[in-house]
Design a protein around this ligand. Structure first.
Ligand code: 25A
Ligand code: L14
Length: 330
């Protein structure tokens, strides 16, 4: 792109949408015109970006009649299903945060540190992976390249902010003693709920199967054996993950630590003698993926355990999408 792009933010008033704006501002993303869009409920509200107020427009069939180059979508699956193709047909490149297009074979699913090359074959829609998948992909990529991953066991501890403002509200009220269940099937305060997104026929949740299927697509390896258990925990912000890996090839622990520390977007925090390991509270507001508790799984040949934490609304959503948009500028 030679000129500065015209940008649209779809779902600008949401938790992810407002974080798009923060990240675009922090990274000084170049733009000519900026349009804020959301549902009819939010139309007419103002949103501030770089000290300037923008009036939120209602998203409709004609929203992309004006010249827009890049649209960042975070307005839920059904909105993306309907409006991303309309935008793409108008020549817009959509970076979509919803789960609607991720597994479409015509749509690249991209983590910029991991598979930036997939952007090249986009036909107008690029999907941003699920938050839990994104933060796992960054450490898995250098290890897969070096030792070839055979099997993955994911166990997640996911923040309430993944369920948007409603999720945050459920925890805040719960901490005050009010057991509200607007976002989750059970009270979240003082609880761990092994239920994120809906249950499927195979007994897994959709969130678990997103991790399984998206990992294979991003790492371009259908032979990888993967299982997941995803759990909502009473944490405001940042998803934590225990990741158990089994490799084809043997490894030295020191080499693993070096590969991780040198990979872009990773911060290794692993000094257990001083109680240093990634913590959800410390990762909130950060753009990187934090990795610690790096140790051998002594129960199998070539096994490794990792503890991986990232801000689910930043690297898990907004930061990753803005990084994709930055690649589009090149
Ligand atoms: O289907 P999916 O893919 O699983 O996605 C479902 C939801 O997940 C969130 C996102 O919520 C989405 O709606 N999400 C998506 N990707 C995510 C990710 N990677 C993710 N969460 C975490 N990580 P959200 O809160 O981020 O964004 C909601 C935005 O979508 C707008 N929207 C909804 N329907 C729309 C639409 N925009 C256009 N057309 C439509 N048909 C929505 O706009 C919001 O911007 P809105 O106008 O409905 O916002 C109303 C205002 O109300 C505030 N609000 C909402 N709930 C509460 C609240 N305020 C207080 N308390 C609440 N409980 C909103 O912040 C907004 O200001
Ligand atoms: O598929 O933590 O992007 O509730 C993002 C938020 C799935 C659920 C997605 C959460 C959603 C997730």
């Amino acid at each position: 792109m030679n000129k500065k792009p015209n940008l649209a933010i779809v779902g600008a008033t949401g938790l992810v949408g407002s974080t798009f704006l923060k990240v675009l501002e922090e990274r000084d993303f170049p733009f000519e015109n900026l349009y804020m869009m959301a549902s009819a409920k939010s139309a007419g509200k103002t949103v501030t970006f770089k000290g300037k107020d923008y009036v939120v427009e209602e998203l409709n069939e004609h929203s992309f009649d004006k010249p827009i180059d890049i649209a960042l979508f975070s307005a839920g699956g059904s909105t993306s299903e309907k409006y991303a193709p309309i935008a793409a047909a108008h020549g817009v490149t959509v970076v979509d945060n919803s789960s609607a297009w991720r597994m479409d074979p015509e749509v690249p699913l991209v983590v910029p540190e991991v598979n930036p090359e997939d952007i090249a074959w986009n036909k107008g829609i690029i999907a941003n992976p699920n938050c839990s998948t994104i933060q796992a992909m960054v450490p898995l990529k250098p290890l897969h390249d070096a030792y070839k991953i055979k099997r993955v066991v994911y166990s997640t501890y996911q923040a309430v902010s993944g369920a948007g403002l409603k999720g945050i509200n459920d925890l805040q009220e719960g901490l005050k003693g009010n057991d509200v269940c607007k976002a989750f099937a059970h009270p979240i305060a003082g609880n761990c709920i092994p239920h994120i997104d809906v249950f499927l026929e195979n007994g897994y949740t959709k969130e678990e199967m997103k991790m399984v299927n998206e990992t294979k697509k991003i790492l371009h390896d259908d032979s990888m054996r993967i299982t997941a258990t995803t759990v909502r925990v009473p944490v405001m912000s940042s998803h934590s993950e225990s990741i158990n890996l089994e490799f084809e090839k043997p490894f030295e622990l020191e080499d693993v630590k070096k590969l991780l520390a040198e990979f872009p977007g990773i911060v290794v925090q692993d000094d257990v003698q001083n109680a240093v390991y990634p913590l959800a509270r410390d990762c909130a507001g950060k753009n990187e993926v934090f990795v610690g508790r790096i140790r051998r799984d002594e129960s199998v040949e070539n096994g490794l355990n990792l503890w991986v934490v990232a801000d689910n609304i930043r690297k898990g959503a907004a930061t990753n999408a803005v990084q994709i948009a930055e690649l589009l500028l090149k």
